[in-house]
Design a protein around this ligand. Structure first.
Ligand code: F1P
Length: 346
């Protein structure tokens, strides 16, 4: 995460600089529609990026799964930007979507980790994540660094379009720079997550619920659990539960409930009360200093405080750890999950 920010933060003026962008600020300012296209974890990073870009720049963003997008007939305007995200830069579906867009002369910005990868070579613009080699197959630090790259891009676009004041950008930049230390503390203090993960040993299914950014990050928590622990899990927008899925919540079903977003906190708590009433065992996620959530759930993981828009980078850490410990508890090889390749090239 620190490397991703690296030379892109102007410490003196507390603003973002993206020296690698070849296009002019005037050209960048013209974009009024963005598609984010990616697969798996990278697509989930894109979902966080969507909320952030829309909030800070007011440019509408659609996130699409690359394996579907390549068969669509997308509606490109003259000012459409496509952002493709891929850790490896070789994922076949992502590459195919990029190539389709290039046939329509759409400008493509890639966010990738691998210098010299196909995605990096074929895109018009590239932001490298500089996350170092991903040792394991499942993406973990790739996600956090992709999310940071999207924050930096969103801030830069907001500066160019003038949709955020300099003081607002400076505030986010300050908080971003505190994130690495907060991640380190979450990684050090993993005992509670380990215990919860071990308690899911005999469990067949697990739910993640959240709203807005919490929902976006819960999708990644659920994918990680499936990828490396082989536990069936679903991530659900908490407000959508009542439209059918609530029927699956019964005695002792584990539910991970993310409640980190202040503007929707009360609504989230009422969803938690609904699942508790049906017997769920709830692990809540809250921001440190929250004294309320503990009253509605079985236990709480507390996250260091930051701007609500930045919490996904922190929330994902205990979620990744949960999958890791669940996998270890089941005697699985975390680094070599079944049926998953580092880059899916077919
Ligand atoms: C996409 C992805 C990863 C996943 C696994 C298979 O890869 O779905 O998110 O963890 O490695 O591929 P990429 O396009 O980001 O390299």
């Amino acid at each position: 995460v620190r490397e991703t920010m690296g030379a892109r933060i102007d410490q003196e003026h507390k603003r973002v600089i993206l020296p690698e962008l070849k296009m002019s600020n005037a050209d960048l300012a013209k974009y009024d529609r963005i598609y984010i296209v990616a697969c798996g974890t990278s697509m989930h990073a894109g979902l966080v990026g969507k909320d952030v870009i829309e909030k800070w720049t007011r440019v509408p963003v659609e996130v699409a799964v690359a394996s579907e997008f390549r068969y669509r007939d997308p509606i490109y305007t003259d000012n459409t930007l496509m952002i493709v995200i891929s850790q490896s830069g070789e994922t076949a579906d992502t590459l195919a979507a990029l190539r389709e867009a290039k046939k329509s002369n759409v400008t493509v910005l890639a966010i990738t980790n691998v210098v010299g990868s196909s995605v990096a070579r074929e895109a018009d613009e590239v932001l490298f994540t500089w996350a170092g080699p991903e040792v394991a197959v499942a993406s973990t630090k790739a996600y956090t660094s992709q999310v940071v790259a999207l924050y930096l891009f969103a801030l830069y676009l907001a500066q160019v379009k003038g949709t955020l004041a300099a003081a607002e950008v400076a505030e986010v930049v300050d908080h971003l720079q505190d994130i690495p230390a907060k991640i380190a503390s979450l990684l050090e203090d993993a005992e509670q997550v380990r215990r919860f993960a071990e308690s899911t040993k005999g469990v067949n299914s697990l739910f993640f619920i959240g709203r807005s950014l919490d929902y976006a990050v819960s999708l990644e928590g659920s994918l990680k659990l499936k990828e490396i622990s082989y536990i069936h899990s679903e991530a659900y927008p908490a407000g959508e539960l009542k439209h059918g899925t609530l029927a699956l919540i019964e005695d002792n079903v584990p539910v991970v409930a993310l409640a980190t977003q202040p503007d929707i906190y009360e609504k989230m708590v009422s969803n938690i009360v609904e699942v508790k009433a049906r017997g769920a065992r709830v692990l809540g996620f809250a921001i440190e200093g929250d004294t309320d959530l503990a009253k509605s759930v079985d236990e709480v993981i507390y996250l260091p405080s930051t701007l609500p828009m930045l919490t996904p980078i922190l929330t994902v850490i205990p979620l990744q750890l949960l999958s890791y410990f669940a996998s270890v508890a089941r005697g699985l090889d975390v680094d070599k999950p079944r049926n998953l390749a580092k880059s899916v090239t077919v």
